[in-house]
Design a protein around this ligand. Structure first.
Ligand code: PLP
Ligand code: COI
Length: 344
């Protein structure tokens, strides 16, 4: 199966999007157990028209990345954390959780099978790995499926925001919520993203890279920034929202650790919108977004403009956290926390 041919990709101009690669891996859950791992070259799946994922949204996913180092080795970042999170999401939607060892084995396999699509070190691009689990039993009454499909695809990607690491503006409005206060926001559920499309399009149409959501209960505190967590640097402290309605970002968790390693204090707490007037730096953080600096946050409901980067230049703390994270991911710096898995 493994094809060694150069895929002839202009790695440096890659953006964040889907492209075909050599293979995907699949596993079915039936009669109470997971079956054997299957390798597929087809990009389609055949499912029943009444499948629970189609009618009642039993669908969860993950996102993680593999990086090619200067030494040629391929490293996957924090795959155990993603394995745990998808199992959590599964429990949230009454789906069969994928065992951690199966998740890890399948990630390793899909990367190996698509090795020639892992971008070269110099390009700064990476291989995006997208695990997906869906309920496939026919259901017309609202009920969880008894059969599931778990599939992992992988493709080379560049930066999520088209501006790359350049600072962008984001906006706030109380007109949209991404999720409900005690809803599915803490899990990586497709429906959360469907619910965010309207707000995202509205933000893009006004020239913003994303919507910075407020907590859906009181609309007083910062929640999440599009498909990413949010953090700010305030008087040398790393501050990030604590909320039941946001996805626990693995990248954010990693940056919090790196900030502590750099001697910074870290606060995960409610952040009132008005506190934005007192921060020196801000960023959207996630696997796809990495740490994308934010230059300005505009509250569309009352016209307040929080100008974060007065000269438009990336702030020093966001820049050094970004560099530190990338150095660990690409294997340029020692992996003291045991975050990377080298694919043999
Ligand atoms: N929040 C949302 C809504 C996301 O979609 C993502 C992306 O995965 C994140 C946060 C960041 O999470 P992570 O750093 O684990 O990729
Ligand atoms: C990721 O960062 O992996 C995500 O899943 C964001 C995505 C929805 C584009």
């Amino acid at each position: 199966m493994s094809n060694t041919q150069d895929p002839q990709i202009d790695w440096k101009s890659l953006h964040f999007g889907y492209s075909d690669t050599d293979a995907n891996v699949r596993c079915y859950y039936k009669d109470g157990k997971w079956g054997d791992i299957q390798v597929e070259t087809s990009t389609t799946i055949e499912i029943h028209m009444a499948a629970s994922c189609l009618h009642y949204g039993q669908e969860i996913f993950e996102g993680l990345k593999a990086f090619r180092g200067r030494d040629g080795k391929i490293r996957v970042f924090r795959l155990e954390e993603n394995a745990r999170r998808i199992a959590d999401s599964a429990k949230g939607l009454l789906m069969a959780p994928v065992p951690e060892e199966l998740f890890i084995e399948m990630v390793k396999k899909v990367v190996k099978l698509n090795e020639r699509f892992v971008p070269p070190y110099e390009s700064g691009a990476s291989l995006y790995i997208r695990p997906l689990e869906i309920g496939i039993s026919p259901r017309v009454g609202v009920a969880p499926a008894s059969e599931y499909l778990f599939v992992i695809m992988a493709m080379p990607v560049g930066p999520y925001f088209k501006e790359g690491i350049k600072p962008t503006k984001v906006c706030i409005t109380r007109e949209f919520d991404r999720v409900a206060p005690k809803g599915t926001g803490r899990w990586k559920v497709g429906g959360n993203y469907a619910a965010s499309l309207g707000a995202g399009e509205m933000a893009h149409s006004k020239g913003y890279s994303a919507m910075l959501y407020l907590d859906p209960k009181e609309k007083k505190y910062l929640d999440e920034c599009g498909p990413a967590n949010f953090f700010a640097i305030k008087d040398g402290k790393y501050i990030t929202p604590a909320s039941d309605s946001i996805l626990p970002s693995i990248t954010n968790k990693s940056l919090m650790q790196l900030a502590r390693d750099m001697g910074m204090e870290v606060e995960a707490r409610h952040i009132p919108v008005e506190e934005l007037a007192t921060v020196q730096e801000a960023a959207a953080v996630g696997t796809a977004a990495v740490a994308s600096p934010i230059s300005e946050i505009d509250d569309l409901d009352n016209g307040t403009k929080y100008v974060i980067l007065k000269d438009g230049k990336i702030g020093p703390v966001v820049m050094s956290l970004y560099n530190k994270l990338r150095a660990i991911q690409y294997g340029d710096e020692e992996d003291v926390h045991g975050w990377v898995t080298v694919i043999e």
